[in-house]
Design a protein around this ligand. Structure first.
Ligand code: UDP
Length: 323
């Protein structure tokens, strides 16, 4: 049984990937500093509290377990905060990853799947966005992820590191088993905030902008179910010996903010209180992916293509959140 190190495995996408891999017969070892992660979300007995800025503790984990490959989720991911505190983002997301790579190479571990993001593309120059779209991120968070992508390319050339960078669009939904799910503090993402507004009718969802160049005036995004992302990580892990490069993970389907709200009302059977406010800075009108490369390289096709099914899983979780 192969030992896979899941860095940031107590987070939203990491914890769903641990579950997916464990169910497929891998032995998952989770490292997390629990700043944003949840211990309750870690569905493997092998948990190590460690921080990427502490190389010695990382090295101890690599010495304790015979690690085959790494999946790296650990990052700060609040766009607004990254603009206010760029140092924090470059240190954690870039320096932290350099430390991880140092320790990997020192211990002869040369395979890594990396969590990247569509935020590395910046303002879309055309849509749908394919992997050759120019990468001009518009905030430090996106730049920190792009820097790591570049580092991985260089390490591949220089040291033979095998890597796949997965560029997620909007991760959404929760495990269909309702055992793990999305829980951020503070929460900034649309779907959980809409569902919270339905549960707590005193706190309306703020819709950021209604005059975008879209059919209903609100922003369009590509919502991809977290379990589909988890499957893609397993497929990427299993492709590392044959392919290194960057791959989009999205459904290719765009859904507007108003459509999300209407669908959440349908799923819950309840009204969602809404207020309409100014645009949020840095939000492009439309963002959705082409996912042909994921199919071609990984043989990956998302199972969840109906937004109502994605929101249903988020609703089932949020009503009885465990953490
Ligand atoms: N959004 C919104 N109100 C909120 C949070 C988000 O109208 O309280 C909109 C946001 O402008 C964007 C979409 O919902 O168009 C998705 O935003 P989210 O923060 O979930 O993800 P992002 O696309 O920024 O990664």
């Amino acid at each position: 049984m192969k030992n896979i190190l899941i860095v940031g495995g107590a987070g939203y996408i990491g914890s769903h990937t641990v579950k997916q891999l464990s169910n497929s017969g891998y032995n998952c070892i989770v490292i997390d500093n629990l700043i944003y992660g949840h211990k309750e979300a870690v569905l493997t007995p092998y948990f190590e509290l460690a921080d990427l800025l502490d190389k010695d503790s990382l090295d101890r984990v690599f010495k304790k377990y015979q690690i085959d490959s790494v999946i790296h989720f650990a990052a700060f991911a609040y766009v607004g905060e990254s603009v206010q505190h760029p140092r924090k983002y470059y240190e954690n997301n870039v320096v932290g990853t350099l430390n991880l790579l140092d320790v990997m190479l020192k211990n002869n571990v040369e395979r890594i799947v990396f969590s990247s993001t569509c935020a590395t593309y910046g303002e879309p120059q055309y849509i749908p966005i394919d992997e050759s779209h120019p990468q001009e991120p518009i905030n430090p968070y996106g730049r920190s992820k792009l820097m790591v992508e570049e580092v991985l390319k260089d390490y591949h050339q220089a040291y033979g590191l095998k890597y796949i960078s997965l560029r997620y669009f909007n991760a959404a939904g929760c495990s269909k088993d309702k055992d793990i799910g999305e829980s951020h503090s503070p929460e900034t993402h649309l779907i959980p905030l809409v569902l919270q507004a339905i549960i707590n009718q005193d706190k309306p969802i703020k819709v950021f902008g209604t005059n975008y160049d879209t059919p209903d005036g609100t922003c369009i995004r590509d919502y991809i179910h977290v379990e589909d992302l988890a499957v893609a990580h397993q497929l990427a892990l299993e492709k590392l010996n044959q392919y290194s490069g960057c791959i989009n993970l999205g459904t290719g389907i765009g859904t507007s903010v108003k459509e999300i709200i209407a669908t959440a009302e349908l799923v819950s059977g309840q009204h969602c209180p809404v207020t309409f406010t100014e645009r949020r800075k840095g939000d492009p009108a439309k963002l959705y992916a082409t996912n042909n490369k994921a199919l071609e390289i990984l043989g990956w096709v998302p199972k969840y293509t109906r937004i109502e099914d994605i929101i249903q899983t988020a609703w089932d979780w949020i009503k009885n959140k465990r953490y």
